[in-house]
Design a protein around this ligand. Structure first.
Ligand SMILES: [Zn+2]
Length: 142
C-alpha cells in the first residue's frame, strides 16, 4: 500500500489563441504525493487542459526524478486519462477544490456556484446564502 501524503487541486481559467480570436480555457491540475513501500516518494502531476488545445498532461516523478511524461490529446481521451490517473472526474476535482477552499461563517461547507458580474463566479453558501468566495476570470471580460 502506498501512503498518500498530499493532494493539491488547482484550477486556472484564462484565454489562449490569437488576440483577435481568443478561446477560453480551463485547466485542472491535480498533484499527488505518495510514499511507496520502499520509501521513495512518488509524485504525480496530472493536468487537464480544455480550450483551444484539449489534452491531458501527465508527469510522474520518483525520488524527484522524472520517470514518465506523456500527453494525451483530445477532450474525450484526455478526460478518461485524467480520471484514470487521479481517481477523480474533472467535475469531482472542481468540487474537491471548493471543499478545500471554502467554509462559510455559519460552518457549512456546502456551496453552490452562481454567476455574478460578467466573468465572475460566486460561491454561495447553500445553507444561508452568504457569499463565501468569488472567482474572477479577467480574460473573459476583455
Ligand atoms: Zn452559511
Amino acid at each position: 500500500m502506498m501512503k498518500l501524503l498530499r493532494r493539491v487541486v488547482d484550477i486556472k481559467t484564462g484565454s489562449e489563441g490569437p488576440a483577435h480570436d481568443p478561446y477560453s480555457y480551463t485547466q485542472i491540475r491535480v498533484e499527488t504525493k505518495h510514499v511507496r513501500e520502499d520509501g521513495y516518494a512518488l509524485v504525480q502531476d496530472v493536468e487537464l487542459h480544455e480550450g483551444l488545445v484539449e489534452e491531458c498532461r501527465v508527469r510522474q516523478y520518483i525520488d524527484r526524478r522524472c520517470v514518465s511524461f506523456f500527453t494525451v490529446e483530445g477532450s474525450k481521451d484526455g478526460r478518461i486519462v485524467f480520471e484514470a490517473m487521479t481517481g477523480l472526474t474533472p467535475e469531482m476535482a472542481e468540487r474537491c477544490r471548493l471543499r478545500l477552499d471554502t467554509r462559510c461563517r455559519c460552518g457549512s461547507r456546502q456551496v453552490r456556484a452562481e454567476n455574478g458580474y460578467p466573468g465572475e463566479t460566486l460561491y454561495v453558501c447553500a445553507r444561508c446564502d452568504n457569499v463565501v468566495s468569488g472567482h474572477f476570470n479577467e480574460e473573459s471580460v476583455r
